[in-house]
Design a protein around this ligand. Structure first.
Ligand code: DC
Length: 231
């Protein structure tokens, strides 16, 4: 039986879209050999399930039911140990990452009942030897007792440019000016919502990654982890 909280260490990495969290958390988890929680994927899956089932974004009770009964499997495998995401029997690894689904995720994420329904599922990732948790409220709400909390930021222009490169690489047709305005709209919704808004925890280490490459961001995080005896 795998051991759960409270003796399982957690590193939380929060920040806005495109701040580099996803990539750096994958690298960090792989490097220290810990589990990884991509909490944004859960909100994306609820958004995708809502679209597939024709559930309106204003139908909060139905969104809550979807979040509480997500039929999802995270399957590791492949050469790089990459994750496959299967929703209701369908491989959604690619479709869950699109901007369209990101915008749906941001809307379902503003619904308190959806957030509550996903809480236990997120905390269940806290198993030995440790967890790297990527999201918006990992340090403030989901794992308030984490050993290390990092808050990553970067200018909206730089975050849009990073997303642009990622989306183009996966064949998603997008325009850069459109991405900047989408990112600004998403930031507003994520920071101004009433429940679990995007903000650094009082005890978080803040790192502005504007102008940094991913290796530099990773090196900073490894240093923070080492300083706390976590790596
Ligand atoms: O990190 P991401 O782009 O995959 O997240 C998609 C949306 O989900 C994002 O707009 C905000 C929301 N989200 C959230 O509210 N809380 C989290 N812990 C993770 C994501």
């Amino acid at each position: 039986m795998k051991q759960r909280h409270p003796s399982v260490p957690v590193i939380t990495v929060d920040g806005p879209s495109g701040s580099g969290k996803g990539t750096v958390c994958r690298l960090l988890a792989r490097s220290v050999g810990w589990n990884l929680l991509d909490s944004g994927a859960l909100y994306r899956l609820v958004g995708l399930a809502a679209r597939n089932h024709g559930v309106d974004m204003d139908n909060h009770p139905a969104l809550e039911v979807l979040a509480g009964h997500l039929d999802v499997q995270f399957q590791t495998g492949g050469d790089e140990g990459d994750l496959r995401i299967v929703l209701e029997g369908e491989d959604v690894t690619q479709s869950v990452r699109t901007e369209e689904v990101g915008a749906l995720a941001s809307r379902v994420a503003a619904v308190g009942a959806v957030r509550d329904a996903l809480l236990a599922r997120q905390r269940a990732f806290r198993v030995l030897p440790g967890l790297v948790a990527d999201g918006r409220d990992m340090g403030t709400v989901v794992f308030p007792d984490a050993e290390l909390k990092v808050f990553l930021t970067a200018s909206a222009e730089e975050r849009a440019a990073r997303r642009y490169r990622q989306l183009i690489a996966t064949g998603d047709a997008v325009s850069l000016p459109r991405l900047v305005s989408d990112i600004e709209a998403r930031d507003r919704r994520d920071t101004e919502r009433a429940v679990a808004p995007l903000r650094p925890a009082a005890d978080a280490v803040e790192l502005d990654t504007t102008g940094m490459g991913i290796t530099e961001v990773f090196d900073h995080l490894m240093r923070f982890a080492r300083e706390r005896g976590l790596a």
